[in-house]
Design a binder for this molecule. Structure first.
Ligand SMILES: *[C@@H]1O[C@H](CO)[C@@H](O)[C@H](O)[C@H]1NC(C)=O
Ligand SMILES: *[C@@H]1O[C@H](CO)[C@@H](O)[C@H](O)[C@H]1NC(C)=O
Ligand SMILES: *[C@@H]1O[C@H](CO)[C@@H](O)[C@H](O)[C@H]1NC(C)=O
Length: 383
């Protein structure tokens, strides 16, 4: 029986090892984009750029995704034909209006104070912006004609608000100042201007992934396995004290990992100003409270014969099932926010299906065992 725990730990380890490298290297982007040749995770502001450059007609299609610091903020991407910074940039700006519609504009930025809406030094067509309600990000789509040859300078930015159709000043944090790079239209690829900033945006992604992995393992995997062990293994008299220890160690390790995941979640929440995943956060807090209650249940457990044991069972089981349900719901909510490649969600769904199938089989088996015991008892002559 103890090997079950080892198996589950091995499983989680494998899950962790296979999940982390590929998750952290993906180019985070909303689901709606798939048809572009190249996706690059930009070196700052957690932004990404999908693009396809057609050399024959010199047409560059882009989908730029970034998250404004507040819901009424703006995002912008542009090409600077003459220099590397913001001054001189031919920019495309996207923001969400208070009525929920989206606006896209082209801005000729000759200096910080001189922004002119209108024609750019190249033609821009098919421009539109989309709000991604999952994570509060905005994607700007556009096609640029004659963006330049070979390596072009591009810049991107996000800002907190829009006044009378013009973007208000953005922050001047290191991330905002490092948001420039070059885009190689000959090959495919992008190089950020500052390698130190590449790591800071990767760091945030890494943290989100670690948070996701810890919580998927604890709430999404260890707790359900522990519950299955408790419910079904104790039917077998031969498994008697063992199931209890396996159950307790499963839930305690789940709790420890869950608390670590919960802490990373709170930290992520406090850092992402302007983006609040309300329900994910509240469910997370409720889970932590309920799981702590379950740890108390372990210490407050009356003896089997005690008359309060009946009420304790109700309390322990209902809190347990609540954790199970909320935990799985929150793993899915988290997956939607993190938006990793499809296969991770399907992997988790498959794991749940396997666990569900095991539970159904064990349920049937338990009924058969209980029924046999009863019928063998009832055929015994009572003296
Ligand atoms: C350039 O060529 C591609 C592929 O043939 C086509 O999809 C795209 O619409 C063209 N762009 C323009 C601006 O003609
Ligand atoms: C952009 O603005 C600058 C300065 O006002 C001007 O010299 C330049 O011609 C403008 N570019 C376009 C494409 O209008
Ligand atoms: C890009 O490719 C074209 C044609 O192959 C070449 O003429 C040009 O020099 C290249 N530019 C860069 C920056 O590599």
């Amino acid at each position: 029986m103890a090997s079950l725990l080892q198996i589950s730990q091995l499983f989680s380890l494998l899950f962790l090892l296979t999940l982390s490298p590929s998750l952290s290297s993906t180019c985070t982007s909303p689901k709606l984009i798939s048809s572009y040749q190249t996706c690059t995770q930009l070196s700052s502001l957690s932004s990404s750029l999908h693009f396809t450059y057609n050399r024959l007609n010199k047409s560059l299609s882009i989908a730029f995704t970034a998250t404004p610091p507040s819901p009424s903020g703006w995002v912008a991407w542009g090409i600077n034909p003459t220099s590397t910074g913001m001054a001189g940039t031919q920019a495309i700006l996207g923001y969400r209006n208070s009525d929920g519609t989206m606006s896209v504009k082209t801005l000729n930025i000759s200096s910080y104070s001189d922004l002119v809406e209108g024609k750019l030094s190249f033609d821009v067509s098919d421009k539109r912006a989309v709000f991604n309600s999952g994570d509060g990000s905005i994607t700007i789509f556009a096609t640029v004609q004659n963006p330049g040859d070979g390596k072009i300078n591009h810049v991107w930015q996000v800002g907190p608000s829009v006044s009378k159709g013009f973007p208000d000043k953005h922050d001047f944090k290191p991330e905002n100042l490092a948001s420039k790079g070059s885009l190689d239209l000959n090959g495919s690829g992008q190089s950020g201007s500052s390698s130190s900033d590449t790591s800071s945006s990767n760091d945030a992604t890494k943290k989100r992934n670690i948070h996701g992995i810890l919580n998927a393992i604890s709430w999404g995997l260890l707790f359900p396995i522990g519950a299955i062990i408790a419910r079904y293994l104790r039917t077998f008299e031969s498994a008697d004290p063992v199931w209890f220890y396996v159950h307790v160690s499963c839930q305690i390790s789940g709790y420890a990992i869950g608390v670590a995941g919960w802490a990373t979640g709170l930290q992520l929440g406090s850092k992402s100003v302007g983006i609040v995943y309300t329900s994910h956060r509240y469910i997370g807090i409720a889970l932590f409270a309920l799981a702590t209650l379950q740890i108390f249940a372990l210490f407050l457990r009356p003896k089997k014969e005690h008359k309060l044991r009946f009420y304790w069972n109700i309390y322990h089981h209902s809190v347990g099932y609540a954790i199970l349900t909320l935990g799985i719901i929150n793993v899915f909510k988290g997956l939607n926010i993190l938006d990793p490649e499809k296969k991770w969600k399907s992997t988790y769904v498959s794991i749940l299906i396997v666990l569900g199938a095991i539970a159904v089989l064990l349920e049937l088996f338990t009924w058969i065992v209980v029924w046999r015991r009863r019928s063998s008892r009832s055929t015994k002559p009572y003296a």
